[in-house]
Design a protein around this ligand. Sequence first.
Ligand SMILES: Nc1ncnc2c1ncn2[C@@H]1O[C@H](COP(=O)(O)OP(=O)(O)OP(=O)(O)O)[C@@H](O)[C@H]1O
Ligand SMILES: [Mg+2]
Length: 365
Amino acid sequence: MTQINQLTIQHFRNCQQIQCELSCGLNLIIGDNAAGKTSVIEAIWVLATGRSFRTAKSQHLIQHQQTALTVFTQVASSHSANHQYRLGIQKSPQHTQLRINGENTSSQSTIAQHLPVQLLTPESHKLLEDGPKARRQFMDWGCFHQSPEFMPLWRSYQRALKQRNQAFKKRLPKAQVQLWDQTLVENALKIDQIRQRYLEDLTPYLVTFCQALMPELSDQVICQYRAGWPKNTEDLMALYSLNFDKERALGHTQYGAHRADIRFKFSGIEAINTLSRGQQKLFVCALLLAQASLHEKTLQEPVIMLIDDLPAELDETHRLKLLELLQLLKIQHIITSTSQSLIPILNPKSTHIWQIHAGVLTRKT
Ligand SMILES: Nc1ncnc2c1ncn2[C@@H]1O[C@H](COP(=O)(O)OP(=O)(O)OP(=O)(O)O)[C@@H](O)[C@H]1O
Ligand SMILES: [Mg+2]
């Protein structure tokens, strides 16, 4: 199973040095405001994805007066020969060094593969509220883990898109813009297929978890996938030709896999316009649980769930439901809260509780 056994965090925000052994079940981190709770969650996320969910600048993550941060984990996996990966990241303002089993590597995607983490924060409902980028990232997280061919396709697509957009910006002749069309179209169509298949596989799980978390909803959720180009398009290449002048005037590529989106609807109305705020948060929980279940089914490896400030997310009844589901799915979860009394302990044997104060983590039980 995938789980973080050991975690070391050094010079990360207000955390000078944290070293702890995690439980395979619930890991509860209790602390007052500004104690460092989000920083611990953020540190794991930075290792798993290479970036923070709070800032784009490494400088902000490195503890003041220090030159570099380090996050290191030992991850148990059923797929590794020795059942263990040692994964690390060191970040200075100018440089990032990744390590797998003691060797330097430049592959963030290999680390992401070994450390499949999902994140729920008080900002997570923005997945529904904000533009399509967050929903594309959600969908592509699944595509990346489910289909090994997804990442190379996506990289190749991004390269071609960048070149094509640069050609527009430099006002190069038509032929030099169109040079990229074939690569763009070929990759876009393959990416499109992987995304469609992923959403088809995901939807039954999503329906199940929506029912489990929001039994009051009478209607099933419908996921509407949008490819990034008009629905009735039969020939993407022809669409680019047809829209050349329009795209040149805009100065960028208007249609393509980089514009894909998903719409979630209940009774024909978008989730954002029909669900209450709490239900929107529960819907995001259902999305993550659906992804986690599909991941487990396809790869026989559970994910790790990071939940920052759970009480801010859900009421008592729904906190309990979510914790029950996480336990049922055997997902290692790391949860922060300002108060221990707000988090029910379902299984003391597989629970570790810590107190964090001024970036110092101490085990309570
Ligand atoms: N680069 C840094 N170096 C040192 N301290 C920092 C750095 N960046 C942020 N901090 C401080 O780290 C502390 C912990 O922040 P964090 O957001 O992790 O707290 P928290 O426990 O999640 O609080 P809350 O309950 O308010 O969400 C804050 O006091 C913050 O000012
Ligand atoms: Mg916080």
